[in-house]
Design a protein around this ligand. Structure first.
Ligand code: NDP
Length: 473
């Protein structure tokens, strides 16, 4: 199979890339426009496919997250790439600069980029990075997740109808194909998915020294400072956590609150969550958990924590068996679970949330810093000193202050993780740079003073003294 993929998807694009030479701003804009047009023309079928894959994901969420979200990235890249592409002058060094030498950085496309996406945002995780990849003048092959098969097939058909297969194509298949995809000699590979799989992807890419952008997950924490308006924090957390039923890479995973505010937080979360979703089983606004396996996974995290003595609170007035038939799972809050429980160790990625109490916020920060670096971190509070202290003493892919899940929507700011939550970025100029080779060019002046200044062999003591005089503090 790798040979087939190479022949039909990678080789022709690499040949076309080599033959093309310069990829003008106009050509890049046209390629981005063809993806935009594809999305506009096929938005309804793509939304229907995403709805069916989830067993009833609200069309408005698919439209907002995957269609409009991707369009935002694609249009931003289309409208800004000519400014990003311009060569950047750099100072040449003395004494050559005095004789007319110059230097600049040229941003050149790398070639053909493989992009592997996830099921939870099945278009956004392919098309938002594609915006940066095409802006930088590359070609791409997209590999959607088989966990959302209707979306993958619909995207495949839409791409076949709308895109030049020598520029962008889609390949569908199972995990074996995904594994083989990572073995190919891409010029760059973008992987969005779990941290454990990201390690395998990076190891596979190392065979051909393929540079990787890894967009991974993790346990994104929320720090509620004592100065925060608890009701406001609860409302925003309830809204953010319920997006895609917590099946978001930046979903709040563990909420830290001062012990004295725990009760107020739980009550407000229950009130706001129940207000957003007064019904569950038949509520078309609630995204189901994607499949039985993930439903059972989240259930087992909650059950394991309960069995180890954690208090489990339903964020709504539902029986404990609610949601099993439709996979519309109620949000449950797991209070101060055992450190060794699954829910404390694993990324939840579904409708459950850990709530932990602190006496001093430094304890919460120490606990966060003892774990892996998360993809997102959230701070609530009006104490600006505390906010800056938290920013200075933690590291995460990105941050939202007094809200959750907002910063990834910034099309003009880098989106990516750090440490176990990933490496590299897309979005904005940083995304363009990620998929460009930053090529330094030095151009010599008319006159080379090295011989007349005694800088060439046979070396003289005068030259040595001249060099030594440059050793200054
Ligand atoms: P997975 O890591 O299971 O899968 C991600 C993609 O990788 C899928 O296309 C999958 O294919 C493919 N894949 C699976 N195994 C391999 C392998 N051995 N080699 C190469 N590719 C492989 O993640 P999920 O799809 O379950 O997504 C959830 C994870 O993704 C969470 O950790 C979440 O935080 C993270 N995520 C990160 C985002 C970010 O921007 N940082 C955004 C969205 C999610 P297939 O599905 O066909 O098996």
């Amino acid at each position: 199979m790798p040979a087939d993929i190479l022949r039909t998807h990678l080789d022709p694009k690499q040949r076309a890339f080599r033959a093309e030479g310069v990829v003008s701003a106009t050509v890049r804009q046209q390629r981005l426009q063809s993806v935009i047009d594809m999305l506009v023309q096929h938005s309804d079928e793509l939304c229907q496919a995403m709805g069916e894959d989830f067993g009833g994901r609200p069309a408005v969420f698919s439209l907002a997250n995957d269609i409009v979200g991707s369009l935002g990235s694609l249009k931003h890249a289309r409208d800004h790439l000519s400014g990003w592409m311009a060569d950047e002058a750099r100072p040449a060094f003395p004494p050559f600069d005095a004789f007319g030498s110059t230097a600049w950085v040229r941003f050149q496309p790398k070639g053909v980029v493989g992009i592997i996406g996830t099921w939870n945002a099945p278009l956004f995780t392919l098309l938002s990075p594609l915006a940066s990849v095409l802006a930088a003048g590359n070609r791409a092959v997209l590999k959607p997740s088989e966990v959302a098969p209707r979306t993958a097939d619909t995207l495949l058909r839409a791409a076949q109808a709308c895109l030049d297969p020598e520029v962008v194509s889609v390949i569908t298949g199972d995990v074996a194909l995904a594994d083989q995809f990572t073995q190919l000699p891409w010029n760059h590979l973008v992987f969005t998915g779990a941290t454990a799989v990201g390690k395998k992807v990076m190891a596979a890419a190392a065979q051909h020294l393929v540079p990787v952008t890894l967009e991974l997950g993790g346990k994104s924490p929320v720090l509620i400072g004592r100065s925060a308006d608890i009701r406001n924090a609860a409302e925003r957390i309830a809204v953010g956590k319920s997006l895609n039923s917590g099946q978001l890479c930046v979903a709040p995973d563990t909420v830290w609150v001062h012990a004295s505010q725990l009760h107020a937080l739980i009550s407000a979360l229950q009130e706001y969550y129940a207000g957003l979703y007064p019904a569950l089983e038949s509520n078309p606004d609630v995204t189901p958990v994607i499949n039985e396996r993930h439903f059972a996974r989240v259930e087992s995290y909650v059950a394991d924590a309960g069995a180890r003595g954690a208090r489990v609170v339903m964020a709504g007035d539902w029986p404990s068996s609610a949601g099993a038939a439709s996979r519309r799972m109620p949000l449950r809050l797991v209070i101060n679970p055992d450190e060794q429980s699954d829910i404390a160790q694993q990324e939840i990625f579904g409708p459950a949330m850990v709530v932990r109490t602190y006496e001093d916020i430094t304890q919460a920060v120490a606990s966060i810093n003892a774990g892996e670096r998360p993809l997102a971190l959230y701070h609530f509070g009006n104490d600006l000193q505390e906010r800056d202290w938290v920013l200075d003493h933690t590291l995460s892919g990105g941050v939202s202050i007094n809200d959750v899940t907002m910063h990834p929507a910034l099309h003009d700011a880098p989106f990516g993780g750090v440490g176990a939550s990933g490496m590299g970025h897309y979005h904005g100029r940083e995304g363009f740079l990620e998929f460009s080779h930053m090529r330094t060019v030095y151009s010599a002046g008319q006159h080379d003073p090295r011989r007349e200044w005694g800088m060439l062999p046979p070396y003289t003591t005068a030259f040595e003294q001249m060099i030594r005089s440059a050793i200054t503090p």
